[in-house]
Design a protein. Structure first.
Length: 94
């Protein structure tokens, strides 16, 4: 039987991976052509992780919810995984 933490952890990884990929796609679509891809990847990483952190801070104010630094770490892992995969599979090295 799966551990009780497994499904929420996988959900965090998946959600934040999708968020980061969409954030990067948005930045690539609206960014200047001269903006380095590394800067866009960093911006997507920082914005996605900041969103995850803010969501955890918000959860601390909601009754029956608990904020967790572990969730922020899992969120960041999902973001990093997605951005590394997108970089490797779809973006040309410059």
């Amino acid at each position: 039987m799966a551990q009780p933490w497994l499904w929420p952890t996988l959900a965090h990884l998946g959600f934040y991976a999708i968020l980061a990929a969409l954030m990067l796609a948005t930045l690539l679509g609206f960014g200047q052509r001269s903006t380095p891809q590394s800067a866009l990847l960093l911006a997507a990483f920082m914005a996605s992780v900041a969103y995850g952190g803010l969501m955890e801070l918000y959860q601390a104010t909601v009754p029956e919810r608990v904020a967790s630094w572990a969730d922020v770490g899992v969120n960041a892992a999902g973001v990093a995984t997605a951005l590394v995969a997108v970089r490797a599979l779809f973006l040309r090295a410059k």
